[in-house]
Design a protein around this ligand. Structure first.
Ligand SMILES: [Zn+2]
Length: 280
């Protein structure tokens, strides 16, 4: 199983020369199974670049199929969906999984996003690809030979936020975003869910030093602590703050790597950047 980052920024897309190396697109990660399965987590603006790449494959001919796992429906995790050409080509198949909110189903949210007020697409009915929406549950399911499990880890206002665990041939990738560990219950649930994963992709837009207010997000230190306690091999932080430049991210990575070395921790630590491929 291979993973590739297509969008690693949180909140809003972040263009500009100082952000080119890590990239400015919002959340989107692709996982390629060894049998050709394609599982995508979140459809932030990074989904547009992924879509461009896929147009050179069977998606360009209307023969592609992907499963999209949505963690929650804040803009930075959904906005890219309607833009790539593959979404408008008949014959392509999109299986979209994610949480319904108390204000409406996942399908309703996407349909609202495509309403004439925001978009010329005029709703999901005008998308060319065959698509289905499936409310996510804690019941694991298979995408070909890839196993997907999900966990509702936290909630903001009306929007539940789910974590995903994707496994193949005994290797596991866990993706946790937009969580603030406000009590032991959330911490223990996350710990159990991430236990023994080879890769943990965890949002961490702040450091302990920077965090002055609870924005509902994790700090780098939380992600490291979770990865260590859960016996994860490699931690990739993402959902970088839009204010964090490439140079600042480099410095952040160096500083935490130094700290881990001093602690003699075996944890491999890195910051996700667009285009990066990681073998799981
Ligand atoms: Zn977010």
């Amino acid at each position: 199983m291979r993973m590739q980052f297509w969008g690693v920024r949180g909140y809003v897309p972040t263009p500009g020369a100082e952000y080119l190396r890590y990239g400015g697109n919002t959340c989107c990660t692709a996982i390629y199974g060894s049998g050709g399965e394609l599982v995508v987590i979140d459809s932030g603006t990074g989904f547009c670049q992924l879509g461009d790449m896929l147009m050179g494959r069977e998606f360009g001919r209307g023969g592609g199929e992907l499963s999209l796992l949505i963690t929650h429906t804040y803009w930075d995790h959904i906005l890219g969906l309607p833009f790539p050409g593959l979404v408008h080509i008949p014959g392509n198949r999109l299986h979209i999984y994610g949480p319904d909110s108390t204000r409406g189903s996942l399908e309703m949210v996407y349909n609202g996003m495509l309403s004439p007020v925001y978009s010329p697409v005029y709703g999901l009915a005008h998308i060319g690809a065959t698509h289905s929406f499936q409310p996510i549950s804690t019941e694991p399911f298979m995408v070909g030979g890839v196993r997907v499990s999900a966990l509702p880890l936290s909630r903001r206002n009306h929007s539940p936020i789910w974590a995903y665990r994707v496994e193949e041939a005994g290797r596991a990738l866990v993706y946790i975003t937009d969580v603030r560990y406000i009590d032991d219950q959330i911490w223990n649930q996350a710990l159990q869910f991430a236990a023994g994963a080879h890769i943990l992709v965890h949002s961490a837009p702040y450091t302990r030093q920077e965090q002055v207010q609870d924005y509902g997000h994790s700090r780098v230190e939380d992600a490291i602590e979770l990865a260590q306690e859960a016996n994860v091999e490699q931690l990739m932080i993402f959902h970088h703050a839009p204010t964090r430049t490439d140079d600042q991210l480099d410095a952040l990575v160096s500083s935490y790597r130094r700290q881990l070395r001093d602690e003699e921790s075996p944890l491999i630590f890195d910051a996700a950047r667009e285009g990066l491929i990681v073998e799981v």
